[in-house]
Design a protein around this ligand. Structure first.
Ligand SMILES: Nc1ncnc2c1ncn2[C@@H]1O[C@H](COP(=O)(O)OP(=O)(O)OP(=O)(O)O)[C@@H](O)[C@H]1O
Ligand SMILES: [Mg+2]
Length: 349
């Protein structure tokens, strides 16, 4: 399964709750957070190490575990970027690295073999392994391709190992650009804003647990402010809760809390991201913001800046790499952060 959505819609929260569900069923679990320019070889090795360690105490044949750990170690130390010697020790596997499996240096082959072996250890216990990959759009292109191939192989053999990814809305196109069959390989689940009932429940359920309630007008005002985005529901809800002196929470409480929450978001959620951009990238994002809140053609952004498309494409590419914007369809770009355009338009030039 692959979850996609804008910043702050709850993808990581969902991955974590899936992980808890898997653990409750006694599955082995591991999680990585992908980073641009970093091979997934070592993070995957650590995550699978964790997953198999969860299973090991229940396994009746310790030598099967050791055999797997030998393969895992061989896989991990095959990383060309690993400092010689030290990394294997760091991984904390005291079994010697084995030879001839998952250690070819070709990530596609190695990952396919490693995942198959991990799945087979889980099969012994009649459970599975769940591997979670957050920020999946940041997995380097060659590694995405290897990961898809390994998942494809697993789906053919029916090994009980699942990969659950999460990332920005362009993740499906990143995956299908790498392997065209990935469209059928994963179940894509777009995560979007909460509808009105869900947003209300997010506020009411914890309040009810404290014996408190919200006036209808307070809920109306909060929905108007948060627009159903979970992170904003949290931000506005928190300040409102702190401001309200008594139950029920009123629209007046929201009126006092709103500007405070907006100020906190301007610094923490929007500002921290804006700070990460260079002057040229900021200029690019301001031009995007001027064009409205829908995805815009890149050519139009260049036009807004009075520049040639080729001269602004480095700024666009680095913003994509920083995860601040994404390319929604061919030639169209949009902010990954909800309400970012609105935030930029409110900034003094
Ligand atoms: N089910 C939920 N219950 C309560 N709060 C939630 C839930 N989902 C999301 N949130 C709130 O939204 C915030 C952002 O969620 P999360 O970090 O999972 O988003 P994300 O989609 O992973 O964003 P990003 O793309 O920035 O990583 C959480 O810290 C929490 O405040
Ligand atoms: Mg996240």
């Amino acid at each position: 399964m692959v979850l996609t959505g804008l910043r702050g819609v709850g993808k990581t929260v969902l991955l974590n709750s899936f992980r808890s569900m898997a653990m409750q069923r006694l599955w082995g679990t591991g999680k990585i957070e992908a980073r641009p320019d970093q091979s997934i070889r070592r993070p995957i090795a650590s995550a699978l190490h964790m997953a198999v360690r969860e299973l090991a105490p229940r396994h009746r044949a310790p030598d099967r575990i050791d055999q797997f750990l030998g393969v895992l170690k061989a896989f991990a130390i095959r990383d060309p970027a690993a400092p010689k010697g030290s990394y294997a020790a760091h991984l904390g596997i005291d079994v010697p690295a084995s030879r001839g499996r998952a250690d070819s240096g070709d990530l596609e082959i190695d990952l396919t073999e490693l995942l198959a072996d991990a799945a087979s250890v889980a099969s012994d216990l009649a459970v599975g392994i769940a591997l979670f990959v957050d920020e999946m759009q940041d997995v380097p292109a060659a590694d995405v391709s290897a990961l898809c191939a390994a998942c494809h192989e697993l789906s053919q053999t029916g090994g009980p190992l699942i990969v659950v990814g999460a990332g920005l809305p362009h993740l499906p196109s990143v995956l299908s650009a790498s392997k065209s069959y990935s469209e059928r390989l994963f179940r894509y689940v777009p995560i979007d804003r909460l509808d009105r009932d869900a947003a209300d429940l997010a506020l009411l359920a914890p309040a009810w647990r404290e014996g408190a309630d919200f006036e209808q007008a307070a809920l109306d005002a909060l929905y108007a402010a948060a627009d159903g985005y979970p992170y904003f529901v949290q931000a506005y809800g928190k300040v409102t809760w702190d401001v309200a002196a008594a139950s029920p929470v009123t629209a007046a409480d929201v009126g006092v809390a709103g500007p405070v929450a907006a100020g906190e978001l301007a610094v923490g959620f929007f500002g921290s991201r804006y700070e990460r951009a260079t002057p040229a990238e900021r200029e690019y994002m301001r031009a995007m913001a001027q064009l409205g809140d829908e995805p815009v053609p890149t050519a139009q952004v260049a036009e807004e800046l009075g520049r040639k498309p080729s001269s602004v494409s480095p700024a666009r590419d680095s913003l994509i790499k920083k995860g601040l914007i994404y390319s929604s369809e061919r030639g169209l770009i949009a902010f990954t952060v909800p309400h970012f355009g609105r935030f930029l338009r409110a900034q003094p030039a």
